[in-house]
Design a binder for this molecule. Structure first.
Ligand code: HEC
Length: 95
C-alpha cells in the first residue's frame, strides 16, 4: 500500500511542476498574443513593458489582473486567474 501512495504522490508533484512551468509569465505572454500590442521598449497599440513596469509595482498585480480579466479599459483577456497574474507580473518585473 505504502509504495503505491509514494508513487502517486511523486506523480502528482510532477504534474504540478509541469503545470507551473507551462504557466511561466513570458511564455503565456507570447502564447496569449499580448505581444501584438505590447513590445519590450516601444509603444505599440498598448504601452511598452518598460512603461508598464515604470508605472506599476508588483503589489498592484492582483488589481491589474482583475481589470484585465473583466476587460475594463483593456481588451478582455481569456486566461485563468493564475495565468493572468503570471503575465501581469511579467509585464511589471520582466520575470
Ligand atoms: C489589442 C491590444 C492589446 C492586447 C492584445 C493586449 N493589451 Fe494590454 N494594454 C493595451 C492598451 C491599449 C493598454 C493601455 C490601457 C490600459 O492601461 O488598460 C494596455 C495596458 C496593459 C497593462 C497596464 C495596465 C495598467 O493599469 O497599467 C498591462 C499589465 C497589460 N496591458 C497586460 C496585457 C497582457 C498580459 C496581455 C495579454 C494577455 C495584453 N495586455 C494584451 C492593449 C492591449
Amino acid at each position: 500500500m505504502k509504495p503505491i501512495l509514494i508513487a502517486l504522490a511523486a506523480a502528482a508533484s510532477l504534474a504540478v511542476a509541469g503545470a507551473a512551468s507551462a504557466q511561466s509569465g513570458p511564455d503565456l505572454f507570447k502564447s496569449k498574443g499580448c505581444g501584438t500590442c505590447h513590445a519590450p521598449d516601444a509603444k505599440k497599440m498598448g504601452p511598452s513593458l518598460k512603461d508598464i513596469a515604470a508605472k506599476n509595482k508588483p503589489d498592484a498585480a492582483d488589481k491589474i489582473a482583475a481589470a484585465l480579466k473583466e476587460g475594463k479599459g483593456h481588451p478582455k483577456v481569456a486566461a485563468s486567474d493564475a495565468e493572468i497574474k503570471a503575465m501581469v507580473l511579467y509585464t511589471i518585473t520582466g520575470k
